[in-house]
Design a protein around this ligand. Structure first.
Ligand code: NAD
Length: 234
């Protein structure tokens, strides 16, 4: 642990599960009762924008009813106290990392509380419902959509993330099933560039075999213990 200076952490829906936010692959492979294809693809947005907007309106509204849990708070502590390089990359679209106080954070799949103009690419902080046809302040087009990276779209800030992975001494994946690419491939990239790799998850995931070590359990217990150990060894 003494030689660790650069850490990259990847989080997925599992880190927010103990806060009461459903994971992606809930019972029957549905996300909050919907097939992923119906709410999380560009085709779905084109064919039934009202359904897609309403789905994310409900997810956005639900943020007011949840709080960061011990795992989010532990990563915020790591961010405050870790003197080396740190990048926390989340696949989550909730705002629980920010609300816990994490600053060195990237949302690679977008954010519920952001609206994106499909015409000019401008973004706006958005906390209420987002009706279909809402106008962009910058270009005037009635083209605001949820700022969510759908399947088939390029995740945000990939260059920055890949640079951090290439320089990492330690890559830690928390609460992710390893089923969604390119995030599922981060462990191979980090490993190939010489990083140690650790997975913290409730159960073994699709990607477990690629990690040097997997610890099984709830994020609310595993993450605070890991952060305590990393800071203690620094
Ligand atoms: P996923 O649902 O595919 O996998 C979640 C993983 O977390 C599973 O392996 C599960 O075993 C594990 N898990 C469940 N409860 C846990 C706990 N208490 N502690 C530790 N691990 C636990 O999620 P994913 O891999 O992040 O899927 C990616 C997509 O899901 C992303 O694109 C993301 O945007 C979207 N999503 C986000 C949210 C959110 O923002 N909170 C919620 C649902 C889906």
């Amino acid at each position: 642990m003494n030689s660790v200076r650069n850490i990259v952490v990847l989080t997925g829906a599992g880190i927010s599960a103990e806060s009461g936010i459903a994971t992606f692959r809930g019972p029957g492979g549905l996300w909050e009762g919907h097939r992923v294809e119906d709410v999380c693809t560009p085709e779905a947005l084109a064919h039934d924008p009202a359904l897609v907007h309403r789905f994310y309106d409900l997810r956005r509204a639900a943020l007011a009813t949840v709080e960061p849990n011990a795992a989010h708070h532990a990563l915020a502590r790591l961010d405050r106290e870790w003197r080396g390089e740190l990048l926390i990359v989340t696949q989550n679209v909730d705002d629980l990392h920010e609300r816990a106080g994490t600053r060195r954070l990237l949302h690679m799949h977008g954010a519920l509380q952001s609206a994106l103009c499909a015409a000019c690419g401008e973004r706006r902080h958005w906390i209420d419902a987002l009706p279909v046809g809402s106008r962009c302040d910058a270009c005037g087009a009635a083209a605001l959509r949820p700022d969510i990276v759908f399947f088939g779209e390029m995740p945000y800030r990939m260059e920055r993330i890949e640079t951090a992975l290439a320089q990492a001494d330690l890559f830690v994946s928390i609460g992710t099933s390893g089923a969604v690419y390119p995030a599922a491939g981060f462990v191979q990239l980090a490993d190939a560039c010489g990083a140690d790799t650790l997975e913290l998850n409730l159960e073994r995931s699709t990607g477990s075999d690629s990690f040097a070590e997997t610890r099984l359990g709830r994020a609310g217990e595993l993450v605070p213990a890991w952060v305590e150990a990393v800071l203690g060894a620094a």
